[in-house]
Design a protein around this ligand. Structure first.
Ligand SMILES: NC(=O)c1ccc[n+]([C@@H]2O[C@H](COP(=O)([O-])OP(=O)(O)OC[C@H]3O[C@@H](n4cnc5c(N)ncnc54)[C@H](O)[C@@H]3O)[C@@H](O)[C@H]2O)c1
Ligand SMILES: N[C@H](CO)Cc1c[nH]c[nH+]1
Ligand SMILES: [Zn+2]
Length: 436
């Protein structure tokens, strides 16, 4: 049974607090194994990657076979149905258009002292995208990771994907091709992350690694952070729907199940001002679960981590939503724009009953790699910014240095940093000699 909570019950606060802090994931401790794998790849390069692939993915690529050839990619892509190809292309076009608008502008201005200041954005030179293997590999996630990188201007973009038993999902290769990925390596797990971070004879190192994966991949990303940049460690999916009684309970039920079916630890929550509507949605979920193919995943997720919360009004709904800070927030109410003004902590907001979250997972345009586990309080989804760096620019004239240099010298002396002060003083002295 999902939890049924009502804000006017006396024990609501304690039950809600317990619900908020419920541990949803028990990630196995794999850090020691991952440390050994990374050390092995650093020491032995391709030989280690090949051996680990033999052990974990049960085939031997050989050094020549670590990267897919163009002919292999073309042959796999030819297996994809035209309808799927068209859908991927439509998704790619819309994701590209959205992320192009995210590109930030450089800035430069001259202030009253004559100092010219500003900043400049430049892309990382090379990025590596990890694509999980097996059933969990989502071609849509290839687009969501690769397209922002290309829009940002990343010069070399590579994908690593495990291909257990040497079988690849053709849609992953097609998505990579559509997104403009340069090379795809048939390597997975911590060895793929290590190869991307440190490089091997075959795999050139990258500067930034993005993409989800299992506990081994997550631990490896944590370990190589610092040597390279990483995006985030994504947790199980979440959806929060705020809906009034004017909705079809079945629509809301399938929206809740759309994230529940990702993972047994996913979380789906309905907040509604109408208790009877909440019960109708819960009944509709049970009915859908009778036939849903992924009920073995969605059922436990809904029953163990799902909730229906009845509130007094939509202001109270917004307040709870902000405390939950969900990855995805659907606002199925009469005035979703007004409610969106109040729901300030969420990875992505879907406004109105005609905007199911699943549109955002595939073809809306915004990114579907989003902060989970309440981290939307302080972080954002993947964007072009993840593949850009901002460099500040400053240019002094003699007059500008004369105006602000003495204060720098004073601060340097107060920090006992003599050479700092002298580097300013040397120039100020020259200026004083020239124009006493
Ligand atoms: N958050 C998201 O958006 C999202 C999307 C897709 C998948 N996922 C997650 O990605 C994961 C996919 O997992 P997966 O395992 O199918 O694919 P994966 O690609 O993450 O991991 C497969 C690799 O794990 C390594 N591995 C497996 N057992 C190992 C062991 N005992 N020791 C060392 N390495 C080992 C192997 O190298 C193998 O190639 C799931 O946890 C899923 O929830 C998340
Ligand atoms: N909803 C997932 C992220 O939370 C992403 C995804 C991929 N495919 C379908 N959905
Ligand atoms: Zn999804």
């Amino acid at each position: 049974m999902p939890q049924f909570l009502t804000t006017d019950e006396s024990d609501f606060e304690s039950r809600f607090a317990a619900f908020l802090t419920t541990k949803r994931e028990d990630a196995p401790d794999v850090d020691e194994a991952v440390a050994a794998i990374i050390a092995d790849v650093r020491a032995r390069g391709d030989a280690a990657v090949i051996e680990l692939t033999e052990r974990f993915d049960r085939f031997s690529p050989g050094a020549d076979g670590l990267a897919f050839t163009q002919a292999e990619i073309d042959a796999e892509c030819a297996k994809v149905a035209q309808s799927e190809r068209a859908a991927l292309e439509l998704a790619a076009d819309r994701i590209r258009a959205y992320h192009t608008r995210q590109m930030p502008e450089d800035a430069s201005w001259t202030d009253a002292t004559g100092a010219t200041l500003g900043w400049r954005w430049t892309p990382v030179s090379a990025a590596g995208l990890y694509v999980p293997g097996g059933l969990a590999s989502y071609p849509s996630s290839v687009l969501m990771n690769a397209i922002p990188a290309k829009v940002a201007g990343v010069e070399r973009l590579v994908v690593t994907v495990p291909t257990p038993d040497n079988v690849v999902n053709p849609l992953v290769l097609l998505a990579a091709k559509i997104a403009g990925v340069d090379t795809v390596y048939r390597v997975g797990g911590a060895q793929a992350v290590a190869a991307l971070a440190y490089g091997t004879e075959t795999i050139a190192p990258v500067d930034k690694i993005t993409g989800p994966g299992n506990a081994f991949v997550a631990a490896a990303k944590r370990r190589v952070f610092g040597k390279v940049g990483i995006d985030m460690i994504a947790g199980p999916s979440e959806i929060l729907v705020i809906a009034d009684a004017e909705n079809d309970p079945d629509w809301i039920a399938v929206d809740l199940l759309s994230q529940a079916e990702h993972d047994e630890s996913a979380q789906s929550i309905l907040i509604t001002p109408d208790a009877a509507f909440g019960r109708a949605v819960a009944d509709a979920v049970e009915k859908r679960l009778e036939t849903l193919e992924r009920r073995a995943i969605a059922g436990p997720s809904w029953r163990d981590f799902g909730a229906v919360i009845t509130v007094g009004d939509l202001d109270e709904a917004a307040e709870l939503s902000n405390r939950i800070a969900p990855e995805h927030l659907e606002l199925c109410v009469a005035d979703p724009e007004a409610l969106a003004e109040k729901t300030i902590h969420a990875g992505a907001i879907f406004l109105g009953g005609w905007t199911p979250e699943a549109i955002g997972d595939y073809v809306g345009g915004p990114n579907h790699v989003l902060p989970t586990a309440r981290s939307a309080r302080f972080s954002s989804g993947l964007s072009v910014m993840d593949f850009l760096k901002r460099t500040t620019l400053a240019s002094m004239t003699p007059a500008a240095l004369k105006a602000i240099g003495p204060a720098a010298e004073t601060l340097a002396i107060s920090e006992s940093l003599e050479a700092h002060g002298l580097s300013v003083r040397a120039r100020l002295d020259r200026l004083n000699e020239e124009t006493p």
